[in-house]
Structures are given as C-alpha cells and as structure tokens.
Write a protein that binds this ligand. Structure first.
Ligand SMILES: C[S@@+](CC[C@H](N)C(=O)[O-])C[C@H]1O[C@@H](n2cnc3c(N)ncnc32)[C@H](O)[C@@H]1O
Length: 305
C-alpha cells in the first residue's frame, strides 16, 4: 500500500493514536511510524482518511488546526472561522468543504443548518467506515460518525442471521454495518430524505437483506407484528425511551434492545424499561460526555421472558 499522508501526533500520544488508527482501519500495521522533532508521524491510507472518527481527529491528530470534526470530505468547525477553514482544507487533502453549524440539532428529523466557510458549496459527501461507504447530506438527514465504535461493538456481539430492527435508522449506518452478518434488517425512519439516502447506501454496499422503510416508529408494532426481532436499535437520544412500548410487541425472550439516550443520572431510564419489560437484564454504559451535566449512554436491554 502506498504511503501518502500522515497523522502527526505528539510522541507521548503516539502509541495510543497509532493503535486507534489501526482499529479504525485508517492506518496499516505494516507501515512504520517515524519520529520527527517531538512528533510521531503515522502513515495512513489516503483513501481511508475520511474514515478517521471525529474524536480521533479532534483529540490526537491536528493540534495546530482549529478544532473541527471530519466526516468524509467535510470538516465541521466549532467556530465561524473562514481563515481557519482554509487552513484546514489546505492541510487535509481528503477534505473538499469546511462548514460551520448555524443551528443546533433540531426538529424531529434531528438535522442542523450549515454555512459553507470554504471549499465546495455542498453538504454532501461520501463517508467511509470500516470498509463500508455511505452517502450523507448533513442538512438533509442526521449523521454522526461518533457511534462508529458502537456499531462495531454490536457487530461483534451478533450471531449470524439475526433479524434486526432499526427504529430510527437515519441514512442507515447501523443497517449498513450490521447487514453483512444479519439475516434481515428492517430500517425505518420518519425523514424521507434520510430514507432516500439510506436506499442509496444499501445499494452502494451491495446489501440485499436490508429493507428501508419510511414511517413513524410509534406505528411499527402495528405494521410489523407478528414479527419478532433478535435485536432492536433505538438511536433517538432525546426521546427513545418514549418508544419502548412501541418496540415491546416486536421482542421475544432473548431479544436485545440497544437504547441510546442522553441522560443526567445513572439508571435514569430503568423505571420505564422495567415498566415495559418486566423481565429484563439491563446494562448501562457511558459513551461520552455531552455537556457538563449530561452524557450519552447506551442501555443494552436483554429481554428474558
Ligand atoms: C439521532 S438520529 C439517528 C440516525 C441513525 N441511527 C444514526 O446513527 O445516524 C434519529 C433519527 O430518528 C428519526 N426519527 C425521529 N422521530 C422519529 C419517529 N417518530 N419515527 C421514526 N424515525 C424518527 C430522525 O429522522 C433521525 O434520522
């Protein structure tokens, strides 16, 4: 593989950064890093640069550039900083556009609006994650690279041929990633633009067992019963717990529900979970902090009866 681009990280962070890059599929074990001044230069695969996860870029790679998150060919800056945007684009050959979010995540489609700071006037890009490709459009449909590791965790837990339901699938990152091992994935979202992109992503990744669906998750039980799923993904962090009773009729003993939520205290959703599923084994894990008083957590709910 040809060496074309390097991550430059302080030597003290070097080993962790290299391990992270190898796990992310961005660096290759066979390419040796080298030390220059106080920095370790980690050769990465040019075509995979877009797959570097947001946290990795922010924390390890580019201390001298303004803080930003890279998603495929797009960098999203934390500040409305045109000069900084141009600097980032010059430093990142794989990036074609620099954006600044002019709104928070909002509305039921969970989208943001953006201003183009530099580069091409677009919010569309191709995003790569662990060998999969996804077309995304940051204004049309929600997308975040931050759950890339979470998708791998679930993939590693899956048995072959599982029947999976993603109730809030967006442009399809979970279905695309889990599809290779699943028997069937039903991938639902309320946003028509997200479902259109998801259809493209299913085709881009040559999946024939992922069925995209446009609808309100609250009606899924009525539409899909008597189907029962081995695994249900619920990634609507502001409100997923409110949909637990819509998911319940589609479960059976052994079903695992992965509920993603923003929480302010440990066990925040336990009362609702045990109200809906009287017999369940629940594990709560923190994924990252979201604000000084809240964090992003995943509840793995194993239905036992
Ligand atoms: C946080 S995003 C998650 C998208 C995707 N799972 C991902 O990881 O990128 C939540 C998604 O839920 C969708 N959504 C919101 N309310 C919904 C509802 N009642 N039924 C179905 N989808 C809904 C939004 O359109 C959005 O795409």
């Amino acid at each position: 593989m040809k060496e074309q681009w390097c991550l430059r990280v302080p030597v003290r962070d070097g080993e962790a950064a290299r391990r992270n890059a190898i796990i992310e599929g961005v660096a290759d074990r066979s390419l040796r890093p080298r030390v220059e001044d106080e920095y370790l230069l980690i050769p990465v695969l040019f075509e995979c640069v877009g797959a570097v996860t947001a946290e990795f870029v922010e924390n390890q790679a580019v201390e001298e550039l303004p803080r930003h998150e890279q998603i495929g060919g797009i960098v999203v800056l934390q500040d409305d900083d045109t000069l900084g945007a141009e600097k980032i684009l010059a430093a990142r050959p794989s990036a074609h556009t620099a954006l600044f979010a002019t709104s928070p995540v909002e509305g039921e489609f969970r989208t943001k609006t953006f201003k183009v700071l530099a580069g091409s006037d677009t919010t569309e890009t191709m995003y790569h994650e662990y060998g999969r490709r996804m077309k995304i459009d940051l204004t049309a449909a929600y997308f975040s690279a931050r759950l890339a590791n979470e998708r791998q965790r679930i993939l590693s837990q899956m048995k072959t041929n599982e029947k999976i339901l993603d109730m809030f699938a967006g442009v399809g990152p979970f279905p695309v990633m889990l599809g290779e091992r699943a028997g069937l994935v039903i991938a639902n979202d309320l946003n028509p633009e997200a479902v259109l992109l998801m259809q493209k992503n299913i085709r881009l990744n040559h999946l024939t067992n992922v069925i995209p669906m446009l609808g309100d998750a609250k009606n899924l039980a009525e539409i899909l019963s008597p189907m029962q799923f081995d695994r249900i993904i619920m990634n609507l962090p502001m409100d997923a717990a409110a949909f637990l009773s819509a998911a319940a009729p589609l479960t059976k003993p052994g079903t695992i529900v992965h509920l993603y939520s923003l929480v302010e205290r440990e066990g925040e959703h336990n009362a609702e979970i045990f109200r809906v599923f009287q017999y369940a084994k629940v594990t709560e894990r923190v994924l990252r902090s979201y604000s000084p008083t809240s964090w992003h957590a995943v509840y793995d709910i194993e239905v036992t009866q």
